[in-house]
Design a protein around this ligand. Sequence first.
Ligand code: OXT
Ligand code: ADP
Ligand code: MG
Length: 590
Amino acid sequence: MSATLEQKTGEQKTGEQMTGEAGAELTDGFHLVIDALKLNGIKNIYGVPGIPVTDLGRLAQAEGMRVISFRHEQNAGNAAAIAGYLTKTPGVCLTVSAPGFLNGLVALANATTNCFPMILISGSSEREIVDLQQGDYEEMDQLAVAKTLCKAAFRVLHAADIGIGVARAIRAAVSGRPGGVYLDLPGKLFGQVMEAEAGRRSLVKVIDPAPAQIPAPSAVERALDVLRGAKKPLIILGKGAAYAQADDAIRNLVEKSGIPYIPMSMAKGLLPDTHPQCAAAARSTVLKESDVVMLIGARLNWLLSHGKGKSWGAPGSQKFIHIDIEPREMDSNVEIAAPLVGDIGSCVGALLVGMGSDWKHPPETWTKSIDDKKESNIARMASRLGKNSSPMDYHSALRVLRDVIKERPDTILVNEGANTLDQARGVIDIYQPRKRLDVGTWGVMGIGMGFAIAAAVETGKPVLAIEGDSAFGFSGMEVETICRYNLPICVVVFNNDGIYRGDGVNPTGGADPAPTMFVPGSRYDKMIEAFGGVGVNVTTPDELKSAVDAAIESGKPTLINAVIDPAAGSESGNIGNLNPKSALSKKAGA
Ligand code: OXT
Ligand code: ADP
Ligand code: MG
C-alpha cells in the first residue's frame, strides 16, 4: 500500500526520500514490513501492541492480515512458535521495545530449543541513543541480548532493506534445523518513506525457503546395513518427524519394516497410538532390550536418558541410526553407527527405495515379547482407568478425555502440568499427526493458552487444553483473548489445589501456605465467565464428559474447573528422579 508525497509529513522523510518526485506514489517502513510478510505467505501476527509498533498492528489488520492481540508477549510468542511448528512457515510475534521484547524472549528461546520456526519482531529505540546509553524510552541493546537465545538475529536500519531483512529472517527460521529468529526494527524505520515502485522492487519472495537435504547414498546404504543386521530393532519417532510432514512416507517405513516404534510425546498420532507396532506401552522394555535403534527427528537428550545408563542396554550392546537434518546432532551423547543427515522426507524416502520389496520383518520372538509387556501394562492401566474415585483422581478424569479424543480425533490436544502432563500423555491416545502439543524439550510451563490460541487460529480445528492448575496460571489471563476472538477452545483445569499435590503443609505451623500450595477450592471456571465465556465446575467423570462434549459441540470458549483429589499426584510427576532433595532440611511431618 502506498500514499502520495503530499500525504506525508516532512518529519517522516529522510533526505534521500525527499528526492522522490512530487506526486510519485510512496510507501513507508510500516507498509514494507507488512508487504514483505504477506509476499512470503505469512497471514497472521501474534503480539502485544504499543510504542513503536501500534500502527504496524493496525495497518497489518487493514491490509488483511489476522492480528491476534494478547495480554502478555510470552503467550503471543508461544503462539507464534507453535504456528510455525504446525504450518512449517515461521510464526510471527510482534512486541514493543525492551520489556515487551524481554517478555517475548522466553518463547523465542523455547522455540529455538524445540526447533520451531518463529520470528520475534520487536520495535526498538534509535541506535544513536542506545549506543551512547543516553536513556531513551525503553532503551536496550536488544539485538545483543537476543543473539545468544536464538538461531539468528538481524536489525534493519533502512526501509529499502526491509525486504532483505524479512527474507533473511524467514530463511534462517525454516531452513536446516528450524528455530527462532529475532528481527530488530527501530522505531524510526517505520516512518521512513520511499517511492512505492522502488519499495516493491526491494521486497524478496523467498524461493524454496527450506530446501530438501538429500542424504548421501552411502549413508543410506550404511543405515540399511545396520538395520538388516538387527534382531531387536526399534524406531523412535520425535517431533522433528511430525514437523517434517512426511506422514505417509514415515507410515510406509514403519509398516514395510515391521519394526516396533515409540513416539516421543509430540510425535504421538504420527501413526495412530493404537497401531499394532506402537510400543509406547512397553517403553522401558524396548529401550533396554533393543539392539538397533533408529531415531527419526528425535534427539538423544534427557527425554531419552541421553541414550545410555540404566534405562538402556549394556554399553556397546546397542547401535544407533540417527536421521536428522542437523549434522552436529550426531554423536551428541553416544556413538552413532549410521548417521543419516538430511531432511526426514528425503531420508525416509531413500530408505524405502533401498529396502526393496523383500524386506524381512524382525523376528517374532522380539515383537511377541513387546506385545506381552504391552498387554500387562495396558491391563494395569485399565484397572486404574476403571475406577470412579470421588473426588476424581487423574485417571478417572483422563478416561473421559481419552474418549473425547477417540470420538473426535481431529481435536488438537494441548497439555501442560506435571502429573496432568505425564498421566495424560500415557492415557490419551492420539490418532492423527500434530494433534498433541505440549511442554516439549524444556518441560516449560506457560505454553498452554498461546499454543491453544494459535492451534485454533491456524487450523480452525477444535482445541482441548488439559492444564494443571499451576501450569494454567502461567498464561491464564489469555482466556480473555480466547473469548475476544471467540475461539473454539475448551480448557480443562485439573485443579488439585497446587503444584504436584494440594496437600502441602508449612512445617513451621505458620500462617503462610506451603510453597507448592494454591488457594484450596479455587474456581477457575469463574475466570472465563468474566469475559462472556462458558465456565463449568465438575466433580465427577460424567460431569466432565458432558461439559467437554458440550464445549466442543458448540465451539464456544469454555473453561472447566475439574476438581482433582489434592493427594492424587506425585512430586514432579514421572520425573521425580530429577528433583534434588536435601538430606538436611526439615520437611512437613518429618
Ligand atoms: O514401560 P514401563 O513399564 O516403564 O511403563 C511406561 C510405559 O510403558 C507405560 N505406558 C502405558 N501403559 C499402558 N497404556 C499406555 N497407553 C501407556 N503408555 C505408556 O507407562 C509408563 C510411563 O510411560 P511414559 O510416560 O512414556 O514413560 P516415562 O518413563 O515417564 O518417560 C520418560 C519421559 C522423560 C520421556 C517422560 O516422563 C516425559 O516426557 N516427561 C516430561 C516431563 C516434563 O516435561 N514435565 C514438566 C516439567 S515438571 C516441573 O518442572 C514443573 N514446574 C516447574 C516449572 C516449569 N516446568 N516451568 C517453568 C517456566 N517454571 C516452573 C511446575 C511449576 S511442573 C510445574 C507445575 C505442576 O503443577 P500443575 O498443577 O500444573 O500440575 P499437577 O502436577 O497436575 O499438579
Ligand atoms: P523430541 O523432543 O520429540 O524427541 P527433538 O526436539 O528432541 O524431538 O528433536 C527434533 C529433531 O528433529 C531435531 O534434532 C531437529 O534437528 C530435527 N528436525 C526437525 N525438522 C527436521 C526435518 N525436516 N528433517 C530432519 N530433521 C528434522
Ligand atoms: Mg496442580
